[in-house]
Ligand binder design. Structure first.
Ligand code: ADP
Ligand code: F6P
Length: 324
């Protein structure tokens, strides 16, 4: 028989993402509306192990919908990869009467949720990352805000680049994932995008591209480089030496992770937060919420972690076509 859920908790884990607060708010208010008690766990799995657990009422989540970051705080907790600490986490949940936990984060955070589920605590994950790199879902909370922040910054750099007839290498976030870079490549009309999933480190090709573009009359050359490839400053020096075109590097960094979430992030986060509570109430565990083909859905965490996601070849080709 499915375990009866009376009290749930919510935590945020891994890198923060705009919209996490909207998800926290939705979890808290949906759970209260459904007659559950709700607790907030501060600082991810660290806070669980340190029993940083607070009661959440409707007013605790007032005025957070529009704020970036996460009011619960987030952390990376390496200890939680060990079974001893996972057992301790589950015991702490039982001590505080917590029957189920909603974890807002990425793939790593779902492994923690999976471990807790194995220890008898019902768990549901919500995809929260600016990287869009969670395979089971077409949408991750934070991506829309981050990509719009990056796009606006790149527009500004492009103005200077065009005015001075320079080449600009702009580094965007994405250690293992090139979605922000590809989207900006298309949305900013860049000349090159370097994606961790595709880049072959053939700098000569970029150099040739800059020289040809100049001959075709382009006054700027925007290269969007994903963080995972990095080394934008030294790349700029080499490109300038090889092409004779003044080249500058701009690293956008954490400005892409913060800031007030867009309507899209607030909307998806709100639906996903509510949906996660309802998944727990159906007695399910070890699940992760996703948005696929226009619908909110949930998957077994193991199944979700086995799924693969790659850069869409057609989208990449369109980017290349539009650079002519
Ligand atoms: P993300 O959730 O964004 O992928 P991380 O990979 O940094 O971020 O994971 C966040 C946290 O999830 C880790 O600091 C750790 O507490 C927990 N975690 C990651 N991997 C595991 C694992 N294999 N088992 C248990 N917990 C894990
Ligand atoms: O998950 C978002 C992200 O910005 C990744 O692109 C990057 O690899 C990672 O977080 C860096 O996180 P931190 O600097 O907090 O370790």
């Amino acid at each position: 028989m499915a375990k009866e859920i009376k009290t749930i908790a919510v935590l945020t884990s891994g890198g923060d993402a705009p919209g996490m607060n909207a998800a926290i708010r939705a979890v808290v208010r949906t759970a209260l509306f459904r007659g559950l008690k709700v607790k907030g766990i501060k600082r991810g799995y660290n806070g669980l192990l340190n029993e940083e657990i607070i009661d959440m009422e409707a007013r605790n989540v007032s005025d957070i919908l529009q704020r970036g970051g996460t009011v619960l705080g987030t952390a990376r907790c390496l200890e939680f990869k060990e079974q001893e600490y996972q057992k301790k986490g589950a015991e702490i949940c039982r001590k505080h009467g917590i029957d189920g936990i909603i974890v807002i984060g990425g793939d790593g955070s779902y492994r923690g949720a999976q471990a807790l589920s194995r220890q008898g605590i019902n768990t549901v994950g919500i995809p929260g990352t600016i990287d869009l790199d969670i395979a089971c879902t077409d949408y991750t909370i934070g991506f829309d805000t981050a990509v719009n922040t990056a796009m606006q910054a790149i527009d500004k750099v492009k103005d200077t680049s065009s005015s001075h007839e320079r080449c600009s290498i702009i580094e965007v976030m994405g250690r293992n994932a090139g979605y922000i870079a590809l989207w900006c490549g298309i949305a900013n009309g860049a000349e090159d995008v370097l994606l961790p999933e595709k880049y072959d480190y053939n700098e000569q090709e970029i150099i040739n591209h800059i020289i040809q573009s100049r001959k075709r009359g382009k006054t700027h050359h925007i290269i969007i480089n994903a963080e995972g490839i990095g080394h934008s400053t030294s790349m700029a020096r080499r490109i300038e030496a090889a092409t004779g075109v003044e080249t500058r590097a701009t690293i956008l960094g954490y400005m892409q992770r913060g800031g007030s979430p867009t309507a899209k992030d607030r909307f998806y986060a709100s639906i996903m937060g509510a949906y996660a509570v309802d998944v727990l109430l159906q007695g399910k565990t070890n699940r992760v919420v996703g948005y696929r083909k226009g619908e909110f859905v949930d998957f077994d965490i193991e199944e979700a972690l086995q799924m693969k996601k790659s850069i869409d070849e057609y989208q990449y080709e369109v980017f290349q076509v539009l650079t002519i």
